[in-house]
Design a protein around this ligand. Structure first.
Ligand code: ZN
Length: 440
C-alpha cells in the first residue's frame, strides 16, 4: 500500500494524528536517500522553493527561497533573511537522509545451491537480527550508459517493490544454541537475501531493477542500490511504527519547520546530509564541504565577504536533529537513572561529557528558548558512564564550521532496527520548536 502524498501546508496538519499520518507517508516515499531528497524537493517545489545548482552563479535577495542538491542524496534548503548574515546570523536545522541497511554490490546477481541470491554488504550499524524473514524492496538510482561517447549521464530513481527479497533465518532445529548464546550472523555468509530459485522462471534482479527504471539491463552502467523494508509505516494509537525513523523523523520535522517558519531577520537553513550512518566522511556527508560551500556562497551572494562569514557563523545556531533513545521498559537498566526520556515526552536534548554530542550550556539554552517560545517541553538524555555513547552530524559540523551546535531529536525505541517506533505526540512539538528556532 502506498499512501497518497500531497503538498502540505501547516494548516492542513494541525493535529498530532495528521502529522503522524504525514510522517508515515514521508517514510514510505523514502526507501533510499535519493527518494528522500526527491520527496523533500517535491514538497519544497509545492511551497514555492526553487532549485539552484552548485554549478551556477548565485545571486540572492532577502526572502528568496532556494534548495540545492548534491549528488542526489543530500539537500540544503534555505530562506534568505531580511538582514545580512553577519548582522542576524543563520538559524540552521540539520538531519540525515540515510539509514542502516544493506547495499547491493557492483555485481549482485549470484546463483548458489539452486537459488538466485542478491550480493549485498551491510551499510552502517545494522541491527542484524531484525532483517531476517522480512519482505525487502530494492531502491536507489541507476546511471544509464550514455547514448553517445561524451553524452551526459542519465540518472533514474528506481524502486523494485512488492518485497522481492528475503533473508531467511535458520530453523531452530539446525542450531539450538541460538536460544542460549544469541544470534551471531556472519554478514558475508548468513545475510545474503534470496531472490528466488534458479528454475522458477523469474527475472534476474538486474532485469527487475532495469524493468522498474523502464530500460534494458544492458543500459545500466552503474548503480547505488539499497534494501528497504517492504512493510508500510503504520499507526497504532499514538505509536508510529516504521522503517527509517532514524532519521527521516528529523528530515520530516525539519522540512515542516522550514515551511512553517515565519520570515525573519536571520537566514533559515535546513541541511539534510547523506552518509551519517557510515561516519559522514564524504563530499556530501556532514564532514564534507557541502554546508561549508553553501555558507560561503550564501554570505557572498548577499554581499558579504570572508570576515562577514566569520561574524555570521558566531551569531548562528545549528540544531542538529537525530533520533534519541526512549527508555526501554525491558532494559531500563541500560539508561542513566536520572535521564530516561519517555515516548510522548517531547524533544530530547542530547549531551555527552566527551563531546560525542555538540551540546553545551549555551547551545542547549538556545534550543530551550525556542521550545519556550513554542510552548514545548524538552527532555534530556545522557548515556550511562559505563556505556559508550553514539554520535551524529552535530559534532562533525560544529568541528568543521565552528557553528554553535545543539544535538536534539525525537525519542524512539529500537533504533537501527528495520522497524522502529516513535510517538505521534512528539512530532508536532519537535516541528514547533524547530519552526520557532528557524523564525528568528
Ligand atoms: Zn541517526
Amino acid at each position: 500500500m502506498t499512501r497518497p502524498t500531497e503538498p502540505t501546508t501547516p494548516a492542513r496538519l494541525r493535529t498530532d494524528a495528521d502529522l503522524a499520518e504525514d510522517l508515515c507517508a514521508f517514510v514510505d516515499a523514502g526507501p533510499s536517500p535519493f527518494h528522500v531528497v526527491a520527496e523533500m524537493t517535491r514538497r519544497l517545489d509545492a511551497a514555492g522553493y526553487r532549485p539552484i545548482a552548485e554549478e551556477d552563479a548565485w545571486a540572492l535577495a532577502p526572502g528568496d527561497r532556494r534548495y540545492v542538491v548534491r549528488d542526489g542524496g543530500s539537500l540544503i534548503a534555505f530562506r534568505v533573511g531580511r538582514a545580512a548574515p553577519a548582522e542576524a546570523g543563520l538559524r540552521l536545522v540539520g538531519a540525515h537522509t540515510d539509514s542502516p541497511t544493506f547495499r547491493l554490490r557492483p555485481t549482485f546477481d549470484v546463483r548458489r545451491h539452486g537459488y538466485r541470491l542478491a550480493g549485498v554488504e551491510p551499510y552502517g550499524g545494522v541491527l542484524y537480527h531484525t532483517w531476517f524473514d522480512r519482505d525487502l524492496d530494492v531502491a536507489g538510482r541507476l546511471l544509464l550508459r550514455p547514448a553517445a561517447p561524451g553524452a551526459p549521464l542519465e540518472s533514474r530513481r528506481v524502486l523494485v517493490d512488492g518485497g522481492p527479497l528475503r533473508i531467511p533465518s535458520l530453523a531452530i532445529h539446525l542450531d539450538r544454541s541460538v536460544r542460549t548464546e544469541g544470534l551471531k550472523p556472519d554478514p558475508q555468509r548468513h545475510l545474503v537475501p534470496v531472490a528466488g530459485l534458479e528454475d522458477d522462471g523469474g527475472p534476474s534482479l538486474l532485469e527487475a531493477v532495469a524493468a522498474s527504471a523502464g530500460c534494458d539491463p544492458d543500459a545500466v552502467l552503474t548503480h547505488d542500490l539499497v534494501l528497504a523494508d517492504a512493510q508500510p509505516a503504520s499507526l497504532a494509537g499514538s505509536a508510529v511504527r516504521a522503517a527509517r525513523l532514524d532519521n527521516l523523523s528529523s528530515c520530516h520535522a525539519g522540512l515542516h519547520a522550514l515551511l512553517a517558519a515565519e520570515d525573519g531577520a536571520a537566514t533559515a537553513v535546513l541541511v539534510a546530509n547523506d552518509h551519517e550512518e557510515v561516519g559522514s566522511g564524504t563530499a556530501e556527508g556532514a564532514a564534507g564541504s557541502f554546508l561549508d560551500d553553501v555558507l560561503d556562497r550564501l554570505v557572498a551572494a548577499t554581499g558579504g565577504d570572508r570576515e562577514e562569514r566569520a561574524r555570521a557563523v558566531r551569531r548562528s545556531l545549528l540544531v542538529s536533529c537525530d533520533t534519541a533513545h526512549a527508555v526501554h521498559p525491558n532494559y531500563a537498566d541500560r539508561h542513566e537513572p536520572s535521564h530516561q526520556p519517555t515516548l510522548g515526552g517531547g524533544p530530547v536534548i542530547k549531551s555527552n561529557a566527551n563531546q560525542a554530542y555538540a551540546t553545551d550550556a549555551a547551545s542547549a539554552a538556545g534550543f530551550l528558548a525556542a521550545c519556550a517560545e513554542a510552548g514545548v517541553r524538552a527532555q534530556h538524555f545522557v548515556s550511562r558512564a559505563d556505556l559508550p555513547c553514539g554520535s551524529t552530524i552535530g559534532p562533525l559540523t560544529a568541528t568543521r564550521l565552528g557553528l554553535p551546535t545543539v544535538d536534539v531529536g525525537a525519542p524512539i525505541l529500537s533504533m537501527h532496527s528495520i522497524r522502529e517506533q516513535a510517538d505521534a505526540r512528539d512530532i508536532g512539538p519537535l516541528r514547533d520548536a524547530l519552526a520557532a528556532h528557524l523564525s528568528g
